[in-house]
Design a protein around this ligand. Structure first.
Ligand SMILES: [Mg+2]
Length: 450
């Protein structure tokens, strides 16, 4: 794109002089920044509306900036945005306006408002250039000049072409609806507002929502590691975020454990100070009770896992009640319904600390949203203040945040999910690039050729 708009060759920044990071600026490029691209007429200054359509003011002297324009732009600057005006001025190509007239108006906008740059397209018609909105050329050039991450940026405009250009550049879009007699953006912009102040409010509050994204350190939900592989359990024990452990016979079998008691005692020697759950495996309640008391004797941090029913579907509630009375810490497991939670909570009331494991991931596997059920389960457990709800069988890292939001006390996850905690809040542009590099590396390692 050629840089002299006065001759109608292309878009250009006003005033002359490249910004930091631009070629020839002599200043090093900074990290990627976020920008707000703003249309000029109808956004920063009043447009002249004739027959329901907006037109630019006659000349620089008659430009009437909206009273809220300077203050709104200052707010955006304070929020860290680069502010770039992008304006179509086709009257130059049509011969009804001189380049000097446009240059004087743009200079006034730059002088009176806290803009960082201004790009003007002086062309007409849909096919003549790459810069006339709804084409994204001016935004792409601005992004290049100012090291802008377009996916974190916004385009604000009062016409469908502005919104089209913003969308084509990969920005979020804000439409200021001035009620012109012309088609509105289709599809609609991300936000529709009545003026610039409201548009700025929408942008800033959407960024706030993003910036309050929780980090792993903000979580109230306790993280437990679910597994039966000794090396993996010890690795997680070194992670200060992991507050406890759960196992089950399926995981132990997968990990090649053959001597249940020897394995459990070995782990308890290594992890004597965090809750550890081991499960009974009998199907008969008297034998389950004997196993439960034996397992409980292995250490003060042991929780005995009792399945909510036996394999014939008979409720374990009576057993849970009698173990609670005997002071056995339990982890009642394989639960999936609120009726089960209600029945077990009543049996745990007044007993020692206990866990109630609801298999939210398996519930999700059936196409049901587990979040409302888990929220209700937390409430039902209030009758047993010593009992904590575990979000069990999570399928992805997102479930940690869902568990936290729904008030669950604990989530127990396998190491492959817990390792993804390092990704929380990762920049998505960077993550996308990592992914592309992974594809490239794997294709090269495989020696593929076409
Ligand atoms: Mg406009």
């Amino acid at each position: 794109m050629v840089a002299d708009s006065a001759e109608g060759k292309g878009s250009s920044p006003f005033p002359a002089g490249p910004p930091a990071g631009a070629p020839g600026s002599g200043r090093p490029p900074r990290g990627l920044r976020k920008a707000v691209f703003l249309d000029r007429d109808g956004v920063l200054n009043r447009a002249e509306v004739k027959a329901g359509k907006p037109h630019p003011p006659k000349d620089a002297a008659s430009m009437d900036f909206f009273p809220e324009a300077a203050g709104s732009l200052k707010r955006l600057k304070a929020a860290g945005f680069v502010l770039l005006c992008v304006t179509n001025q086709p009257d130059v190509a049509r011969g009804t306006r001189s380049p000097d007239n446009v240059r004087a108006m743009n200079a006034r906008a730059l002088a009176e408002l806290p803009l960082d740059g201004l790009y003007a397209c002086l062309h007409d018609g849909p096919d003549g250039c790459l810069c006339r909105k709804p084409k994204p050329g001016m935004l792409l050039e601005g992004a290049r000049d100012w090291n802008v991450d377009l996916s974190r940026s916004f385009m604000v405009g009062d016409r469908a072409g502005d919104i089209g250009a913003g969308r084509a550049a990969g920005c979020r879009t804000v439409f200021i609806d001035r009620g012109y007699d012309e088609p509105r953006p289709a599809p609609a912009a991300d936000y529709t507002c009545r003026g610039l102040a409201e548009a700025v409010e929408a942008i800033i509050s959407s960024c706030k929502r993003k910036s309050v994204m929780k980090t792993a350190a903000d979580l109230k939900v306790k993280l437990f590691a679910d597994g039966a592989d000794k090396a993996g359990m010890l690795e997680m024990n070194r992670n200060p975020l992991i507050k406890g452990f759960t196992t089950n016979p399926t995981l132990m079998r997968k990990a090649g454990v053959t001597d249940y008691e020897a394995f459990a005692k070995d782990i308890l020697k290594e992890i004597p100070d965090k809750p550890l759950s081991f499960e009974v495996f009998s199907d008969e309640f008297p034998e389950m009770e004997r196993q439960a008391r034996l397992i409980a004797s292995w250490g003060p941090n042991v929780y005995v896992k009792i399945p909510v029913t036996n394999s014939r579907g008979e409720s374990s509630a009576e057993l849970v009640g009698s173990l609670a009375k005997a002071g056995v810490r339990q982890n009642v497991t394989a639960m999936m319904t609120l009726a089960q939670v209600r029945e077990i909570a009543a049996k745990l009331a007044g007993g020692p600390p206990a866990y109630v494991s609801v298999f939210a991931g398996r519930i999700a596997d059936t196409g049901r949203d587990p979040v409302p059920l888990m929220t209700a389960a937390v409430e039902l457990l209030s009758v047993a203040p010593g009992a904590e709800l575990i979000w069990a069988s999570p399928r992805e890292l997102l479930n940690v945040f869902q568990a936290d939001d729904s008030g669950c006390h604990i989530i127990t996850a396998t190491n492959d999910i817990l390792k993804k905690l390092s990704l929380v809040g990762k920049d998505l542009t960077e993550y996308s690039l990592d992914t592309v590099k992974m594809f490239k590396g794997d294709a090269e390692s495989a020696g593929y050729s076409l």
